[in-house]
Design a protein around this ligand. Structure first.
Ligand code: DAH
Length: 338
C-alpha cells in the first residue's frame, strides 16, 4: 500500500503546468472531496497494524506535497498573468483616506439631537432674507439703533434684501406659518459684515430655539437650558445675566460654569470661571403680534447660540478660523461621536 503512495508522490513532484484549468484538475483529482487523498485516508482502516505508522507518515507527506505543488503553480500562473500575488486584485492602489464629519456638523447634530429628544421640531429658512424677517418683525424697525449690533451684508436696497445676520429670522417665518404650541429649533448659516480677526468671522453658524404655548414662563426657559447644558457639557451649573435683545423681554445671556482648575480655564473665562454660551429671553409681545400670534393668549421663550463658539469650548479650539480652513490635519482629529 505504501508503494501506491510513493507512486503518487512521484507523480505529484513531476507535475507541472501553467494552465489554470490543468492545475485545478490536478487539485480536484488529489485534494477534491472524492480525490485520491481522501481515498487513501479512508483505506487507513485496512492497513495492517504494523504498517499503520509508516503509512500514516507517508500519507501526510503526500498531502503536504500536493498542497505545496498547488500553491507553487498557482502563484506562478498569477504572476505570469501580471496580477502578482495580491490576494484581492480589485484592491485600490493607494490606502483610502476615509473622511469624517466636520466638527461643526458634529456639534450641530448633537445640539439638534438634544432638542429633538424633548419634542422640538427642526425648521429652516432662507439665507437670503428680506428686511421684515431679519429685522422689522423682530421688533427692530427701520433706524432702530440695535440694527447696528449686527453689521449687515446688503444684496439689494429698496426693498432691502440681505444675507441674514442671525437665525432669529426663522422664528418669524415659523410663527407666520404655524399656530402654537410651537417648539422648534433652527440651525443654519449666518453672515455678518465684520472686520476679519481671529475672533470675528463673516460667516458662521447658529442654532435658534423657539417655544410658544399658553403659560410659558421664564422658569420653563431656565429649566430647558439647564437640561440642554447638562446634556451637552455634562454640567448644568448655569447663570442668567440680564441683557438686551430687541426681540425678547426680559432678555438674558446664559453663562455656564467652566471652572478655574487649569491655566486654560483661567484664561478663557478671564478669571471668573464663567463662560457665555448664548442669548435668550421671553419673546417680546410685539414680535408675537407681528407674526400673527395673540400675546394675550400665548407667551414663549427664544434662545440663540453660535455653533462655532460651542465647538470651540467643547474641543478647546482657540482660533475660529481653523473651522473654515479645511486643513485635513485639523479635521481628521475629530471623531464623529461626541
Ligand atoms: N439673534 C441673536 C444674535 O444673533 C441671538 C439671540 C439672542 C437669539 C436672544 C434669540 C434670543 O432667540 O432670544 O446674537
Amino acid at each position: 500500500m505504501i508503494e501506491r503512495i510513493n507512486d503518487y508522490l512521484k507523480e505529484v513532484e513531476a507535475f507541472s503546468s501553467t494552465s489554470s484549468q490543468e492545475i485545478e484538475a490536478f487539485r480536484v483529482s488529489f485534494a477534491g472531496k472524492k480525490g485520491i487523498l481522501n481515498d487513501l485516508f479512508a483505506s487507513f482502516r485496512e492497513v495492517p497494524a504494523e504498517e499503520k505508522k509508516a503509512y500514516g507518515q507517508q500519507l501526510n507527506k503526500l498531502k503536504e506535497a500536493v498542497a505545496e505543488k498547488i500553491k507553487e503553480l498557482q502563484s506562478q500562473t498569477q504572476s505570469s498573468a501580471g496580477i502578482n500575488k495580491i490576494s484581492d486584485p480589485t484592491r485600490t492602489a493607494f490606502p483610502i483616506q476615509s473622511g469624517n464629519r466636520h466638527p461643526l456638523s458634529v456639534v450641530k447634530n448633537r445640539i439638534v439631537d438634544i432638542f429633538t429628544q424633548i419634542g422640538f421640531s427642526i425648521s429652516e429658512g432662507p439665507e437670503i432674507e428680506d428686511d421684515w424677517h431679519n429685522f422689522t418683525a423682530l421688533n427692530l424697525p427701520e433706524h432702530h439703533p440695535a440694527r447696528d449690533m449686527q453689521d449687515t451684508f446688503f444684496i439689494q436696497t429698496d426693498p432691502d434684501i440681505l444675507l441674514r445676520t442671525h437665525t432669529s429670522s426663522v422664528q418669524v417665518r415659523h410663527m407666520e406659518t404655524h399656530q402654537p404650541p410651537i417648539r422648534t429649533i433652527s440651525p443654519g448659516r449666518v453672515f455678518r459684515n465684520e472686520a476679519i480677526s481671529s475672533r470675528a468671522h463673516c460667516i458662521f453658524h447658529q442654532v435658534e430655539g423657539l417655544y410658544i404655548a399658553k403659560d410659558v414662563s421664564f422658569a420653563d426657559l431656565k429649566q430647558t437650558l439647564k437640561y440642554f447644558t447638562e446634556a451637552l457639557f455634562g454640567n448644568s451649573k448655569i447663570r442668567l445675566r440680564p441683557s438686551y435683545f430687541p426681540f425678547t423681554e426680559p432678555s438674558a445671556e446664559v453663562d455656564i460654569y467652566w471652572g478655574l482648575e487649569t491655566e486654560i480655564d483661567y484664561r478663557i473665562t478671564k478669571g471668573t470661571g464663567w463662560l457665555e454660551i448664548m442669548g435668550c429671553g421671553m419673546v417680546d409681545p410685539n414680535v408675537l403680534k407681528n407674526c400673527g400670534i395673540d400675546p394675550e393668549v400665548y407667551s414663549g421663550f427664544a434662545f440663540g447660540m453660535g455653533i462655532e463658539r460651542i465647538a470651540m469650548l467643547l474641543y478647546q479650539v482657540s482660533d475660529i478660523r481653523l473651522f473654515f480652513e479645511n486643513d485635513v490635519r485639523f479635521l481628521k482629529q475629530f471623531k464623529p461621536t461626541l
